[in-house]
Design a binder for this molecule. Structure first.
Ligand SMILES: [Zn+2]
Length: 259
């Protein structure tokens, strides 16, 4: 599952390739928008909002979300795609590049004026220019009984964190992911660390929360159930949290280092 750092980088690459260019081809392979053709329109910019990507083209905004398996690739003309064509949901062509969105979890075309109705609910964007730590903390604290890892994943509180960062943040702050938000002593420190971690990974291809980018060394607890804690050697535990649509996210923690 791509997290905000990956999405930010994806939008930056798309922006570098497409901004200022006129579309010479526009193929949206989603039934509802299959007739939308923005050929001849200029791409103004491509930005990320949390884990959402907005591609502003003429009067419209192509909104995509990578969800579980999605990705955008940028190709030179005549280059072979690295994924099968049947997985392509959007193919946008300019004189110099072809941008292909594969297996996008969400793809829609809206009027630019409607962007707010799509991303307006998001909390402060961890990688946005207007990042507001105090507002993120205030939003997290609204539901003091909620498990902290689940609250961190809720994009209405702060936008950009996925399952990897939520688990790693809890470990780094010594807090069990199931600890109610209201019992977390330093919520401000959690928020500050979230910002620092995701910013440090923004321009990095190999995500790391340990500072070590070698394979197998990049994270403290995520996806390491049964393996020894890197600090104390205790076996990492895993389980599920939450009672709504976030319930299926896996939680990982060290029962000794986190309380
Ligand atoms: Zn430990």
């Amino acid at each position: 599952m791509p997290e905000g750092d990956t999405v930010y980088r994806t939008a930056a690459h798309l922006d570098a390739a497409l901004a200022g260019q006129v579309l010479t081809g526009c193929d949206i392979r989603v039934p509802k928008f299959a007739t939308v053709d923005l050929t001849g329109e200029r791409v103004d910019d491509v930005v990320s909002r949390g884990k959402h990507i907005l591609m502003r083209v003429g009067e419209f905004s192509i909104h995509s979300h990578l969800k579980m398996e999605g990705s955008w690739h940028i190709y030179q003309p005549q280059t072979r795609w690295r994924k099968p064509a049947w997985q392509a949901r959007a193919v946008l062509t300019t004189a110099e590049h072809t941008a292909v969105g594969f297996e996008l979890g969400l793809l829609e075309v809206v009027r630019r004026a409607e962007e707010e109705s799509i991303v307006g609910y998001l909390g402060p964007d961890l990688l946005g220019a207007g990042w507001d730590a105090a507002e993120a903390e205030r939003r997290l604290a609204r539901e003091p009984g909620r498990e902290v890892a689940v609250a961190l994943l809720d994009q209405r509180n702060l936008a950009g964190l996925g399952n990897v960062f939520a688990n790693e943040l809890c470990f780094l702050r010594g807090v069990l992911p199931s600890r109610p938000v209201g019992e977390v002593a330093r919520l401000d420190a959690v928020v500050a660390l979230a910002h620092r971690l995701i910013t440090a990974n923004r321009d990095r291809v190999e995500r790391t929360t340990t500072g070590d980018t070698r394979p197998g060394k990049q994270v403290w607890v995520y996806n390491r159930a049964g393996q020894p804690c890197r600090r104390c050697g205790t076996a990492i535990q895993s389980g599920r949290l939450g009672a709504n649509d976030l319930a299926l996210r896996d939680a990982y923690w060290c029962p000794y280092c986190q309380t």
